[in-house]
Write a protein that binds this ligand. Structure first.
Ligand SMILES: [Zn+2]
Length: 408
């Protein structure tokens, strides 16, 4: 009897099929492959890139003056000469990929490799696969991330939006999670005296709130390099389609101020918001058409489609990306990696060819790279991009002027 009960479907409810597996196994999911890129000559690769960028390899806007025309093509240089200003430009001029050293055909192959994986591809793996320097791959992939952060992670979402925040405790986060600062044995920090006074209403003398600020105990125990990846996911209007738009931001904490800043940046006022019970979302019903929260201590969803499970599923993907693929992501570039995860989530059901087209069609429209031009010459971005405002990043590696101790 006991064995029969053990395998009862009532005790182990199967998840509803969503068609994800069927999509990935279908023919339409793979309409393009590495093979198609191998067959391309350098000229064909340049023309393909032009098509992905401008939608045409014959007529395009000049990156220098904006003249739209069928410009003079120089087959020898694989560039165009503008009919308006007479300047020359290539398929990557004025884009994040400008001033590339590698052949376009090779760049396309590497970008394709990177774009088709579901949780990212490490730079070292691409380096081994394509026999290029680590720095070349690292900067190329970061230029793509920059493009995604500046061109994909923008714009308003309207409809049903799910919000959530996720811990990202810098490097080696598992070892640090929920441990007090300064190691396992460190005592809990004492509450500062000025915070112990309860808030009192000046007119009535009524005690307004608890003496402790919200989340004090939780906050006081967090490591200094803890960050929160905040996410907004738009739910599709068609049932079973899942999330259709994802926006991210990184913050020091999940506070009323940071979640509201995120919401105002990405969500239109007529939207419905779904979140968990966290106290930082309490003001949402005043600013948006509707706010529903799920008591996560009791259940994952409530009747009427109240849940934020799509936001949680993004968390699962980025967790896998940060811990299983990229490893040791520094806080400085956390927002970039989060933007990559958001993009991967959004294109998860696009075919391979469309995914490559979507990626290049997005990142090539952002203009020159702000953060990665001159990286090889020591010009690095020094800031973390945070909701609270950009903050100088903790330096990594050896300090400038470091010298090895002379042997005794
Ligand atoms: Zn021109």
């Amino acid at each position: 009897m006991a064995t029969a009960a053990r395998y009862s479907p009532k005790l182990f409810p199967l998840r509803q099929r969503t068609g994800t597996a069927a999509h990935h196994l279908s023919k339409r999911a793979v309409d393009f492959g590495q093979e198609d890129l191998t067959a391309l000559s350098e000229k064909e690769a340049v023309l393909l890139l032009a098509k992905l960028r401008w939608g045409s390899d014959e007529e395009m806007p000049c990156p220098h003056c904006g003249t739209m025309d069928s410009h003079y093509w120089t087959a020898k240089e694989l560039r165009w000469k503008c009919k308006g200003c007479g300047k020359r430009f290539s398929a990557t001029s004025g884009s994040v990929l400008a001033d590339h050293k590698l052949p376009v055909a090779k760049i396309l192959k590497m970008v394709y490799s990177w774009a088709t994986s579901s949780s990212g591809t490490p730079s070292l793996e691409l380096r081994r696969e394509w026999k290029v320097s680590y720095r070349a791959v690292f900067t190329l992939m970061h230029k793509l991330r920059e493009g995604l952060l500046r061109a994909h992670n923008v714009g308003f979402l309207c409809g049903v939006q799910e919000l959530d925040g996720m811990d990202a405790n810098g490097r080696r986060y598992r070892e640090k999670r929920n441990k007090p600062q300064g190691g396992g044995g460190a005592p809990k920090p004492a509450m500062p005296a000025h915070l112990l006074k309860p808030k009192v209403d000046a007119q009535t003398g009524e005690i307004l709130g608890p003496p402790k600020p919200p989340k004090w105990d939780k906050k006081s125990r967090q490591p200094a390099d803890r960050r929160i990846v905040l996410v907004v996911r738009q739910r599709s209007v068609s049932k079973g389609r899942g999330g259709v738009g994802t926006r991210i931001a990184v913050a020091f904490g999940e506070t009323a101020q940071t979640v509201m800043t995120l919401a105002k940046r990405f969500i239109s006022a007529e939207s419905t918001i779904m979140s968990d019970e966290d106290s930082s979302y309490h003001e949402f019903s005043k600013h948006f058409a509707k706010h529903e929260s799920v008591p996560h201590s009791k259940t994952f969803s409530l009747p009427g489609g109240i849940s934020n499970n799509l936001a949680e599923s993004f968390n699962a993907r980025i967790r896998r990306l940060l811990e299983g693929v990229y490893l040791n992501v520094s806080n400085k570039y956390l927002a970039d990696y989060a933007a990559e995860a958001a993009w991967r989530e959004d294109v998860r059901k696009l075919s391979t060819g469309k995914r490559l087209a979507h990626l290049l069609g997005t990142v090539l429209w952002t203009g020159l790279s702000n953060w990665w031009r001159g990286y090889a010459h020591g010009e690095h971005r020094e800031e973390e991009l945070l909701v609270e405002g950009n903050t100088p990043a903790k330096p990594r590696g050896r300090k400038k002027g470091w010298k090895a101790k002379p042997p005794k």
